[in-house]
Design a protein around this ligand. Structure first.
Ligand code: ZN
Length: 77
């Protein structure tokens, strides 16, 4: 019996983990994989390849500002 093949006739594998997708989270197999995929979009994994990171000369022309993580949450003296 192939009961995993009765969701609208077409079983699409989860693009994240390649498991069988579920109706609730198509085309993903679970909310976790759906969130993972969304996270990749937001996180920049699928970002548009427009950043000239291959140019070593760019590094010296663009000084990076120092991240001030501490001052964001510890402002009270
Ligand atoms: Zn999955």
């Amino acid at each position: 019996m192939n009961s995993a093949n009765d969701n609208e006739g077409k079983a699409v594998p989860c693009p994240i983990c390649k498991k069988a997708a579920t109706l609730d989270y198509r085309p993903f197999c679970s909310k976790r994989c759906a969130d993972l995929d969304l996270g990749r979009w937001l996180g920049g994994t699928y970002a548009i390849p427009a950043a000239p990171s291959d140019d070593p000369d760019e590094e010296e022309e663009q000084p990076r500002p120092r991240p001030r993580l501490i001052s964001l949450e510890g402002e009270d003296e």
